[in-house]
Design a binder for this molecule. Structure first.
Ligand SMILES: C[S@@+](CC[C@H](N)C(=O)[O-])C[C@H]1O[C@@H](n2cnc3c(N)ncnc32)[C@H](O)[C@@H]1O
Length: 243
């Protein structure tokens, strides 16, 4: 209701975009003084192609992962010279898988999609209290429907890491890991790390979120004796570039 009144005021007074942003910024700073709000005028906000993709999967109106999705799109641009296929652990309805498929279909790669299609496995002690077993469940049919324009992907329904056995002999250029919990994150990194080509990328969607302490611990534990750092991106993603 307060937000509606502020909007009315800005319309009545015929505020410019810049004035509306300053209003948003000053209200945001009051409510969340320690939350950094990005500057306006960045090109990513005006990228029509990316926006078209993003809005296709908006569903519940969740704009919160706009920049994570943007980063994913940008990481894919590094891949043409890197050998190997693409994989995703944790697919949900296929929104990020769509980005992988789009790249793969344009560059003659395959995409391997791993999900229980029954939601999250059982959270353990290190996962905190945010997640519940069976949360974020979407059917394989729904994913197939969302990716129907592509022929470059295979789904591997089942629990991680059991579902990986069928791709043990493959190499990868890019692996997106987004399973929220410690054990499947650890198992995913442990399986794919030795199979990622030099220069290839592992992008960890949950790494920097206090809702996913187990996923962060899993990555840091596994990578502790490896040469590559896990880069903390400002979006909360973790980035590993294989050396
Ligand atoms: C956050 S969602 C993935 C979101 C998706 N990457 C996107 O950006 O749209 C997490 C997914 O991980 C899957 N998942 C969680 N634990 C799993 C496990 N142990 N084995 C297989 N899938 C799992 C869930 O079924 C869910 O679809």
């Amino acid at each position: 209701m307060i937000a509606d009144s502020v909007l009315c005021l800005s319309l009545e007074r015929n505020f410019s975009d810049a004035q509306r942003y300053e209003l948003f910024y000053s209200i945001g700073r009051k409510l969340q003084p320690d939350f950094p709000i990005n500057d306006r005028g960045r090109y990513l906000l005006a990228d029509k192609d990316f926006r078209g993709y993003f809005e296709k999967f908006l569903g519940s109106g969740n704009w919160k992962n706009f920049e994570r999705r943007w980063n994913l799109a940008q990481m894919l641009r590094m891949l043409p010279p890197i050998a190997g296929d693409l994989a995703e652990c944790g697919v949900f309805e296929g929104a990020s898988a769509y980005q992988l498929c789009r790249f793969a279909s344009e560059h003659g790669r395959r995409v391997h999609l791993f999900d229980s299609f029954q939601g999250l496995s059982v959270p353990k002690e290190n996962d905190g209290a945010y997640w519940t077993e069976g949360g974020l469940s979407a059917s394989e049919e729904k994913v197939r429907a969302n990716l129907k324009e592509f022929h470059c992907f295979e789904t591997f329904p089942g629990w991680i890491p059991k579902a990986f056995t069928k791709v043990a002999d493959r190499r990868y250029a890019f692996v997106h890991i987004d399973v929220d919990l410690e054990q499947p994150t650890f198992d995913s990194i442990a399986f794919f790390y030795p199979r990622v080509s030099r220069g290839g990328v592992m992008l960890l969607d949950d790494h920097g979120y206090d809702t996913c302490p187990g996923a962060r611990k899993a990555a840091l534990d596994f990578m502790a004796d490896k040469p590559e750092p896990v880069i903390d991106l400002s979006t909360g993603q973790g980035l590993i570039i294989k050396t």
